[in-house]
Design a protein around this ligand. Structure first.
Ligand SMILES: Cc1cc2nc3c(=O)[nH]c(=O)nc-3n(C[C@H](O)[C@H](O)[C@H](O)COP(=O)(O)OP(=O)(O)OC[C@H]3O[C@@H](n4cnc5c(N)ncnc54)[C@H](O)[C@@H]3O)c2cc1C
Length: 408
């Protein structure tokens, strides 16, 4: 058993957080022979409601790494078009069939399957260490620079000295708080309730948003069941609970009539999870010895289902920009600032789109009347190229990255 406050061997890069950003970065650095320790506070990846979308640009990264076929051998469904049902009319918002990628679809796969897959591939590199059940509680400092991580482990507290610490610890990060990095918050008028309902083989396959009677639902096809997002006004969950479970069930059935025969599966509020939506970003992603990426640097809203993709692209860009300096032990604060300069614009513009969409959704949630497809949306979706532009934005993001590092 390790004594409290033991110091373990120095690593080149200590990554806090084993989400998409952390595991991808750990994988890529270890692939280039760099010593990496990824700390994940949970003992497994088996947590629901973390987003299940693996976008064409991420699938393209898997192709570049020679892992695409192996990944797609895992049970998943494929979203090739994203549509929205307004009232009783369906319009296609995005058609991914023409994307310049090998996989022209979003793979819908539980995030734990994706993370387990990537971690198991990373284990083949001797310099990759994944520490499950290790929670970062603070940072080590020397002369104003971060010099490693303090963590609670199942065997007590340890210090992990590191040349570079990367905060990939999501929306409530220890890393950025310990480093006092300045945060800019965007107001968000919505929250999301998540639950699942069983799926029949003859139910719609493609991604569908449903709008009516002041409600907005998104159904994600997970083959045997639908993972369902139900948008509510910010802080509106308590009021909803007071109105009762039956009223909630009726709202679902009213907007998506084919679910009426199974809404009774939600027989307790315990089956409904509230996820608070945040949109924020650091004005400074790094300080000497520390870099934040993914949601730790810029929490993304679920709108567009693009947060995982952005976190993964951040990780790829970080590996591309820092590998050489880490290999030659010549890392400077300038290298870390470069990651922000390189990624920030694409991330910020994506958040601008999400904030705009929140405004539209907020108007939907405040209009309890039956809705009809607005003429503007009808015209917009009939413009040639519209569905391909939206597909490009959703499927590839504003700045898709490519693997530029080499295996050791
Ligand atoms: C309701 C909701 C639904 C969403 N749905 C989607 C979707 O469908 N598609 C999509 O692309 N995006 C979605 N997003 C956004 C997406 O979840 C995030 O943008 C994405 O997960 C960010 O990845 P990340 O690796 O930066 O952080 P995270 O995925 O949050 O991973 C952070 C990891 O760090 C660990 N951690 C935290 N603190 C510590 C610590 N102190 N020590 C050690 N480990 C720690 C956590 O346990 C976690 O595993 C959704 C977001 C919300 C709120």
């Amino acid at each position: 058993m390790m004594p409290p406050n033991a110091t373990i061997a120095k690593t080149t890069c200590c990554i806090i957080g084993g989400g998409p950003a952390g595991i991808m970065l750990g994988f890529l650095l270890a692939r280039s022979g760099i010593e990496v320790a990824v700390l994940e506070k949970h003992n497994d990846f088996f947590r629901d409601f973390r987003g299940d979308t693996i976008h064409p640009s991420t699938l393209e990264l898997m192709y570049e790494l020679g892992l695409l076929d192996k990944l797609l051998a895992i049970r998943h469904s494929e979203l090739r078009r994203a549509s929205i049902c307004v009232g009783d009319q369906i319009v296609t918002m995005a058609d991914l069939s023409h994307l310049p990628t090998h996989a022209k679809f979003v793979a819908l796969m539980p995030q734990w399957d994706f993370l387990n897959f990537l971690a198991s591939e990373a284990y083949q590199f001797p310099s990759f260490k994944l520490r499950m059940g290790w929670e970062a509680t603070g940072l080590m400092h020397h002369n104003g620079a971060t010099t490693g991580v303090i963590a609670n482990t199942p065997n007590g507290a340890v210090e992990i000295p590191a040349t570079l610490t990367v905060g990939c610890d999501g929306r409530h990060p220890t890393s950025r708080e310990a480093a006092h990095l300045p945060l800019i918050e965007e107001g968000v008028p919505i929250d999301v309730l998540w639950f699942r309902l069983s799926r029949s083989p003859d139910d719609p396959e493609n991604g569908l948003g449903y709008v009516n009677y002041g409600h907005f639902l998104v159904l994600i096809n997970r083959l045997d069941y639908f993972q369902i997002a139900f948008l509510i006004p910010k802080n509106g969950f308590e009021k909803m609970q007071q109105q009762g479970l039956e009223s909630f069930q009726q709202s679902i059935a009213q907007v998506v009539p084919f679910l009426a025969n199974r809404v009774a599966e939600i027989d307790s509020w315990d089956k409904v999870k509230l996820l608070t939506v945040q949109v924020n970003r650091l004005s400074q992603w790094s300080s000497p010895g520390l870099l934040c990426i993914g949601d730790a640097a810029h929490a993304m809203s679920p709108v567009g289902g693009i947060g995982i993709n952005i976190a993964l692209q951040d990780a790829v860009a970080t590996a591309n920009l820092l590998t050489e300096a880490l290999q030659s032990n010549s890392l400077t604060p300038h290298h870390l600032q470069h990651v922000q300069q390189y990624r920030e614009r694409a991330v910020h513009n994506t958040q601008r789109f999400q904030v705009f969409a929140h405004g539209v959704l907020n108007r939907v949630l405040n209009n309890p009347a039956p809705v009809k497809l607005p003429l503007s949306l009808r015209i917009l979706t009939s413009i040639p190229g519209f569905k391909y532009l939206t597909a490009r934005f959703i499927g590839m993001g504003l700045q898709p990255e490519h693997i530029k590092t080499r295996p050791a």
